[in-house]
Ligand binder design. Structure first.
Ligand code: UDP
Ligand code: MG
Length: 318
């Protein structure tokens, strides 16, 4: 086996209960490799940072980057990739041990076969709540249907990237980052490994229902402009129907002796078209908002502090 440097990036937000266990399990698996663990503390308030500092003081294969506040999982991942550019390959995974560290050797084996991106897919083993599974299935089928992408259902932010891909990622500074969409878009030779998702070791999921809905919406809007096209299509269909109804109204006016056409149908028409306009404006507003957020060009995260081994820069100069 050629010598290579492996970096494991782990975004963590209030994962104090899991960090030591994660470290223990990862260390056991990784002993045969030259590696470092890079924890991205995404503004935790539960003492995670202190634990990370202690781990880093005791083991120089532990590095950490502490963000100035909670910037969200995807931005924390980006911070991880930006700070892991000295590695030959980078694996990202959750801190809650839902992504088993024992799978890493399999990912590396695929990388050594020449794959530059090794994705993973959660096997549906019934351990996730039914509602979450259904929502995830629905989300992937919609996003694949309306965009040109083929996202893997059950895809997780647990993947291996070659250094070349990590370098490419450093050129991206878009606001509504969505790695599961971006990584397939990048191209390169990709493959997928399936794994059994484990129960969270400790603590609760940081993705509340509200966050999940907003995450899915971000995925839809940032991956395509198909909803805007759908808006045009819906508009055309409604215009066609209105036109046909207009012809019918003229027919009633000229060729029948019917009294005043009904108030109900007029009201129904107004309410329906009014509601539809609001919906379509909402879709347009979503994109407008996104454009506004992008135009501010704010950094995706702010580093407050990092361990000495970590690269200091972020948002690298191209
Ligand atoms: N996470 C983060 N910032 C956030 C939310 C989550 O860094 O704002 C981390 C979290 O600590 C975990 C990973 O992202 O390591 C995935 O989050 P979680 O396990 O809560 O998501 P789930 O597995 O339930 O989808
Ligand atoms: Mg999790």
């Amino acid at each position: 086996m050629n010598k290579f440097l492996l970096s494991i990036i782990i975004p963590c937000y209030n994962e104090a209960e899991n960090l030591k266990e994660f470290y223990r399990r990862a260390k056991a698996v990784l002993a045969v490799y030259e590696y470092y663990l890079l924890f991205i503390d995404d503004g935790s308030t539960d003492g995670s940072l202190e634990i990370l500092k202690n781990l880093a003081a005791a083991d120089d294969r532990v590095r950490y980057v502490h963000l100035s506040r909670n910037f969200g999982h995807q931005n924390a991942l980006k911070a991880g990739y930006d700070h892991a550019r000295d590695a030959d390959c980078v694996v990202c995974m959750d801190a809650d041990i839902q992504h088993p560290p024992e799978l890493i050797p399999q990912l590396i084996a695929q990388w050594q076969k020449g794959y530059k991106v090794v994705n993973t897919r959660r096997m549906d083993n019934g351990s996730e709540p039914v509602l979450k599974r259904l929502a995830s299935k629905g989300f992937y089928s919609v996003i694949n249907r309306i965009s040109n992408l083929k996202l893997v259902p059950g895809g997780a932010d647990f993947r291996l990237l070659d250094a070349q891909v990590v370098t490419q990622l450093s050129f991206f500074n878009e606001n509504a980052l969505f790695m599961r969409e971006l990584v397939p878009w990048l191209g390169f030779k990709q493959c997928t490994v399936a794994f059994d998702v484990e129960e969270r070791f400790g603590g609760n999921s940081k993705y509340s229902f509200k966050k999940q809905v907003s995450f899915s919406l971000r995925g839809l809007v940032s991956s395509s402009i198909a909803p805007l096209r759908a808006a045009i299509f819906i508009g055309l269909v409604i215009a066609g129907l209105s036109f046909a109804y207009g012809i019918y109204a003229l027919y009633v006016h000229w060729f029948t002796v019917k009294a005043l056409p009904g108030w109900t149908s007029v009201m129904a028409g107004i309410l329906f078209v009014g509601g539809l306009q609001l919906l379509l404006m909402g879709i347009i507003g979503e994109y407008l908002g996104k454009t506004f957020l992008e135009s501010r060009k704010r950094p995706l995260y702010i580093v407050e502090e990092c361990s000495t081994g970590s690269l200091k820069q972020h948002n690298p100069v191209i």
